[in-house]
Design a protein around this ligand. Structure first.
Ligand code: URA
Length: 217
């Protein structure tokens, strides 16, 4: 699990991801392009082996062109750092890259139109762990790998071992941070899931003695 990426390879990955980001910023594949201020391709360490996938940008993200920068983003950042995972060490993106008006749920056609971008990002990053945040990203990612996920409460906190094109992948669904903002019960569940994520990372390393650092190249 130790990094095998050189600085040059990380730079190349960064450039390849930026090319996809440019395509996303110019995308007109679905009606959401008409109401966006900024598309939100995603951000983070291109050499990370850990990817967090949310649903779609909200108003703050649309304004700034960055994922998870509003209240839900602050909770995500604090859940990461309190579990020893600096936000800048992972890659964070969404299933849908443009804001649905009024923060409505993304439509299936919007998810399908945007999915090729996410799949291309993942193929470049080749993560060992994907954490899906909320029901839309969980349903989309698990669905792509042939698993059904009708209810987020039924699948959250479970470890899905998947043979991805690039090798062994764990998909770990959890709740969307926005759902936990004003609901203490859901917040406790989310906090427990993030503790579990840190444990999963520690258990997945080489020779059974990995540190979280091994996942952040
Ligand atoms: N909610 C999401 O799903 N994604 C964001 O980027 C922000 C809020």
């Amino acid at each position: 699990m130790q990094s095998s990426y050189s600085t040059n390879e990380c730079t190349r990955l960064h450039e390849e991801l930026e090319k996809i980001a440019e395509e996303i910023r110019a995308c007109r594949r679905c009606p959401l392009h008409a109401s966006r201020t900024n598309a939100v391709p995603g951000e983070g360490n291109p050499c990370s082996r850990v990817v967090f996938i949310g649903e779609a940008p909200g108003s703050n993200e649309d304004q700034q062109g960055r994922p998870f920068v509003g209240a839900a983003g602050q909770l995500l950042t604090s859940l990461l750092t309190s579990n020893g995972i600096p936000r800048e060490n992972v890659f964070i993106t969404n299933v849908v890259k443009c804001r649905p008006p009024g923060n409505r749920d993304p439509h299936d056609e919007e998810i399908q139109a945007c999915l090729p971008f996410l799949l291309r990002q993942l193929k470049l990053i080749r993560p060992s762990l994907i954490v899906t945040l909320g029901r839309h990203s969980t349903r989309t990612v698990l669905g792509y790998y042939g698993h059904s996920a009708d209810s987020i409460m039924a699948v959250r906190g479970r470890v899905y071992r998947i043979e991805a094109e690039w090798g062994e992948l764990v998909v770990f669904p959890t709740l969307h941070p926005a759902a936990a903002l004003y609901n203490p019960r859901l917040r406790t569940i989310l906090e427990d899931d993030f503790k579990h994520i840190a444990t999963v990372l520690q258990g997945k390393g080489s020779k059974g003695q990995s540190t979280l650092d091994e996942f952040f190249r």
